[in-house]
Design a protein. Sequence first.
Length: 128
Amino acid sequence: MRTSTEHALPPAVAVVAADRRVRDSLVSLLTASGAARLVGTAGDAAAAVHLVSGSETDVVIVDRDLANGGSGGTLLPRLRRSAPGVRILVIDWDADPATGLPPGADRVLDLSDQPAALLEALVTAGGD
């Protein structure tokens, strides 16, 4: 949990996506905007759990393919156990509200949204 002094800092974010291009694009967006402090990236479930459990991560951005199964069918519950206070944002290219949240997710973000909308969602999640 962050103190009031630390609360002024941008959220500490981990990016988890199997596709390196997605990871790289998100990292570029986050670092260029200054909206987040990058904790690190992971390309699979095991690396994600290791990354988050060994850091002071506020928000984890997870690709829906990993969240829903892929190589990490139990990824979100494992992240919750490793870092109970972390906010989990699941990203998808075609987020459909009717689909609902994957178990353990706080929010689903549509990657086709404008970058400003993605950054706003991240900052909101990091401030909760």
